[in-house]
Each structure stands twice: as C-alpha cells, then as structure tokens.
Ligand binder design. Structure first.
Ligand SMILES: [Zn+2]
Length: 191
C-alpha cells in the first residue's frame, strides 16, 4: 500500500486521540509495525529533500502506543528501524533548545519547536523486552515528538502562538518562513 493510503494528516481528529497500551505483541501488532515502516519509507521515496525519520501508529490510524524510529539519520540507504512499544519519558533533562521539526501528518509545514536536549525513555522492544535509552540532540527531539503522538499531541501545539515559528519547504529543499495568518486560518490548530 502506498503511504497516501496509510498516513493520515491534520485536521484528522484521530491524531488528537490518546493511543492504547499494547499488551502482547500479537500478529496484528507485528503487522501494524510493518505497515508503519513501509509507510515511512514510501513517504520518503516520494520526497527528495526529506528523511522519513519516525512514525507513530496513530499516524496510520492505528491507536496503539507504538513508535518506529530510523536507526540511521544520516544514510537513507539504511532502512532499518528501532521499534518502541508503550514508550514513556522517564526524565527530561539538559536545556531547552529550539530546532526545526516536521511531521508526516502535517504536510509541508515545519516548525521551530522548543524541546529538552536530553531525555531518558523506557519502552518494550518487539520481543516484549524492556529497553531503556538515554538520548540527546536530534534523537532526544525525535523521541519527544513521537511520544507526543501516542498522547495525541502534535508538534504545532507547542508553537501555536509563536508567529515566527512556522516554515515551509521550498521545491529546492530550503526552509522559508510561512505567513502566520495563513497558518492560523488553516484548520490544523486544535480548537
Ligand atoms: Zn509527527
């Protein structure tokens, strides 16, 4: 299936819903995980300037607390993912930094989002084993963005009042400021 049939976008209300905890990693759950990886790679295959970094299950309309994250952010030919089931933030630390974020469920819009630069998380892997990760920098940002998704929070919710925070990607891959009036009159903000 192509990413267009799988990935849902704002203003789809499902993206604002809290996802359910996974009990056992059943065949159905494994199938959801495969679809998430395929949708991310297919999305990326259609975009020359972007990396399909990560996806939460709700982004393919499946309300499970599951996140997949690329193992290698620098090399598109590495198509492997880490799988995080029932991910939880244990600790946010370091300092708060602003950097660009995009989302497969918010077409063409990028934002400068403040996030902690260090995070500790706990999750289960595909075998149901507990994993703990201490991350910093871009991975810390990605983990916070994805764990937001399982709680029904979108990156734009963090910056909805910031008139200078929104950008769009041009055809040649550059980020340009986006008119705040335009974005605030669109239907992507939560009521
Ligand atoms: Zn996202």
């Amino acid at each position: 299936m192509s990413y267009k049939e799988l990935i849902i976008s704002l203003p789809n209300e499902r993206l604002r819903q809290r996802s359910r905890k996974v009990g056992l990693v059943t065949k159905e759950i494994s199938h959801v995980i495969e679809q998430m990886k395929n949708a991310t790679l297919d999305w990326e295959a259609h975009r020359p300037h972007e990396l399909g970094v990560a996806l939460a299950a709700i982004q393919i309309g499946q309300p499970w607390r599951i996140v997949v994250i690329r193992n290698n952010f620098d090399d598109k030919t590495d198509q492997s993912f880490g799988v995080f089931i029932n991910p939880e933030i244990i600790k946010l630390e370091g300092s708060i930094e602003e950097d660009f974020e995009g989302c497969l469920s918010v077409a063409s819009v990028y934002g400068k989002v403040p996030r902690y630069n260090k995070v500790r998380i706990r999750a289960l892997d595909e075998d149901g084993q507990e994993v703990r990760i201490k991350a910093e920098g871009f991975l810390a940002r990605v983990l916070q963005h994805e764990i937001d998704h399982v709680n029904g929070v979108m990156f734009i919710d963090h910056i909805k009042d910031d008139h200078q925070a929104f950008f769009m990607l041009t055809k040649d891959g550059k980020l340009e400021p986006l008119d705040y009036e335009k974005i605030s009159s669109s239907n992507i903000f939560r009521d």
